[in-house]
Design a binder for this molecule. Sequence first.
Ligand SMILES: [Zn+2]
Length: 694
Amino acid sequence: MIVRLAVCVLPFALGTPAQQSIRGFPTAAAIEQRAWETKAQALPDAMRIRSYMQRMSARPHHAGSAGSREVAEYAAGLLKEWGLDAKIEPFEALLPYPTTRIVEMIEPVRFQTRLREETGDATQLATFNAYSAAGDVTAPLVYVNYGIPDDYEYLKRHGIDVKGKIVIARYGKSWRGTKPKVAAENGAVACIIYSDPRDDGYFQGDVYPKGPFRPPSGVQRGSVMDMPLYVGDPLSPGWASETGSRRLKIEEAQTLMRIPVLPMSYEDAAELLRHVGGPVAPEQWCGALGFTYHIGPGPAKVRIKLDFDMSTRPVLNVLANIPGSEFPDQWILYGNHHDAWVNGANDPLSGASALLESARTLAELRKAGWKPKRGIKFALWDAEEYGLIGSTEWVEKHKDELVRKMAVYLNSDTTGKGTVSASGSPSLQVFVAEALRDLKDPVSKKPLLEARREQPRRDGSKPEAFSLGPLGAGSDYVAFFHHAGISSLNLGFGGEGGGVYHSIHDTFDWYTRFSDGDFQYGKTFSAMMTTLLMRLADAPLLPFEFPTLARALEKYESEVAKLANRQAKFDTKELRAEITQLTAAAKSLESVYSNALHSWKQPSRSKLAQVNEMLYRAERQLAPEPGLPGRNWYKHQLSSPGLYTGYGAKTLPGIREAAEAGRWEEANQQVKEASKAVRALKAELVRITASLQF
Ligand SMILES: [Zn+2]
């Protein structure tokens, strides 16, 4: 149902671009808009995007380092050079650096793990998991597959207890932070996470430098902060962390991992796993190392010793501002992080370089006379890798103002080649689909919307028609969407970056050889983001569309309704009834909205400002206080990162997580909360419908 709508846009795409309508624009305004868009889309330059990436990826630039400051100053310098009002807005956060990392096998043979990647640049941050506990433990090893709750169920059924043991889990299937969390809940005293070549290495294809996949010594760094609880600086949940601001004591922080955890290469892990005995692992647990996998415990006995420098360090966000000419108090923001674990050509500079080119495009356009009606901001966030820190502290600092003024947040991160993937607020799905209709794939020259439908997926199946996926916790949109309720989008081209994710091999050389080497997709991506920004900034009526949102809720409701079982006194009838009413209100608004555009009578500026503010604030009704049970930093009823899936989103999370855990009373209570939010949104849509009769 949801998807059909996006496809329905296609028949209108057959005319020339000038004849096509743009959502939110009356005909005359759309023609003028297209003229500016055509100019804007001709400006991005692949060679410039390439040069930003080459420059910013030249040195390691993890958060808090001299390299990170250099990148922030370089980006701010470019933005200023182009004539934009740019500055560095500093925060501070707890950013641990590793000081001691020892993992050695004591029994049955002695083996000292190397714990380092191939080349040795002294300014690289050593391989580690940020926010691990410090400690020195020695215990027998247990292999726990991916370390997801199901794996521990299997161990229990087979009488294997991980209490007091060190577990070794492979990356994949769940977000990395949930692996040590589940391990600790089951009594393990430490956790090793390694990249198995079956999921991430030679089993997938040739390894770097011959191919794009992870070489034997490659290690995936990454944060193990308990992100489903809250993100940002662990010592300042809900408020901004700045010089001199209030901070929790380290012992009071809720999001720090309670046991030592360290990532490892498959070269190191193989030696440990080779010496694990006990029962043979089931077939689905076996990776691609060349021996039989056993579960243990022991005889491999391992010592892990970790320590960290738990300093507070600078977090340097770069912000640039283009004032709005008609509605200066309504803002559109486009952000991408600039910090990396090491050189980070792919993650995050592929996205950050395209963002810089969008900023240059709009700076050029202004010189040619274009004035956006709403304010446009660009942000390059710092310390995303540690736990979305730069963006979260910024949102927490400016929250009251952002809730009033920020119409939409656009996010990007890693971008490559291939097809567009997009997630975000369902009320912006039609808007995004239109932009994908209007921009062309640089290789096939077909509209991006068509190109993505024709690209077969890895498993050979045809991709579904376009729809926005729900937002989880993978990048900097979290504080905007989940905490402040601001409608958000996350967009990018292509895959995840093969086998170099969070390793020293994510370099300019890797990107130019194995991803978007000629930057043609980078150029298209920049043009696409610029187009989205211009439309949001200039639309007389913001392009929110609520029937799709109502359909998304309908789908989520039907899914959670199925969680009820025979014993449970649980039902979602109240929510279903509210969604039915929401659907009717959304349809009425939609018809009044198109009529208003069709026979456009320019209302006063203040009237228009008021209607648009109502449009962009409507969806915020779905993110009310007091927030989700047990983690009220998260407010959104539409989705949240799952408590045990991390990056992966759960829709209608309050209801779903309670029902999945069999807490039926809480589930019923959450049905009430969600119903209340949907009712408030419906009332808001009714109010907008009345205001739209100019
Ligand atoms: Zn990233």
